[in-house]
Design a binder for this molecule. Sequence first.
Ligand SMILES: Nc1ncnc2c1ncn2[C@@H]1O[C@H](COP(=O)(O)OP(=O)(O)O)[C@@H](O)[C@H]1O
Ligand SMILES: [Mg+2]
Length: 259
Amino acid sequence: MIEVRDVSKSFVSDERVLKHISTEFHSGKINQIIGQSGSGKTVLLKCIVGLHIPDSGDILYDGRSFTAMTKKEKMQLCSEIGMLFQGSALFDSLTILENVMFPMKMFSDKNDKEQQSRARFCLERVGLNDVFDMYPSELSGGMQKRAAIARAISLNPKYLFCDEPNSGLDPLSAIKIDELIVELTKEFQMTTIINTHDLNSVLSVGEQIVFIHKGEKAWEGPKEKLFVSNCSELNDFIFASEMFQKFRTNLVSEQAGHS
Ligand SMILES: Nc1ncnc2c1ncn2[C@@H]1O[C@H](COP(=O)(O)OP(=O)(O)O)[C@@H](O)[C@H]1O
Ligand SMILES: [Mg+2]
């Protein structure tokens, strides 16, 4: 479990980008952070991973306080984290196999042979059997995402962070990437956090949702409650399109009929 406790963050001379965010993310669950572009999702995820240092507040990894950690403990934590960056962020000049081996070179004491064997296993696990010696530019967008997922799970992480994992993909590839993340989360009981502004993704794989609006947590709850909340900012976000407005009208009248 990851606990975010009263985290605030600003950048030089700017107003605060994150304002007193507190929430919890549970293991074995697809936790999603949703919100409009610019609402603070990436900054929050980077604060959680330690790529941004919050101005105040703390992050607890299964009870371990990030701010209280020594350098050595932070290195240990890094080896427990898998990160899928926005875009695939593969290294162009490394082969796919070398890309997947990279975190192990940085954060594990596996030798070269062990790293190769683990990298092969991870690539096979995400359905990439024949691309070990290819370079990222030779793969389709969906395959690059799979390779990036293989790299993210190479250290067998407890915590998996994905920033807009299916952006830029066609709808079918997007769903497949989401489903792969779900499978891996359940299989390895990871605490998975996905940033997304894609409602399809929320509807198909989301379980526990945190909605960020202008740097504040405006709503949180299970996906099932998303469509019947009283949070006006959330409703504006979800029901921005006409199609979803009709969906909501039907849902509300159906519920009125049942009560
Ligand atoms: N390194 C930075 N320096 C200054 N402002 C930043 C930085 N990173 C993000 N921001 C600002 O923080 C806000 C939230 O950004 P971000 O978390 O990337 O939004 P989202 O991921 O929800 O689209 C934006 O207004 C953005 O301009
Ligand atoms: Mg973002």
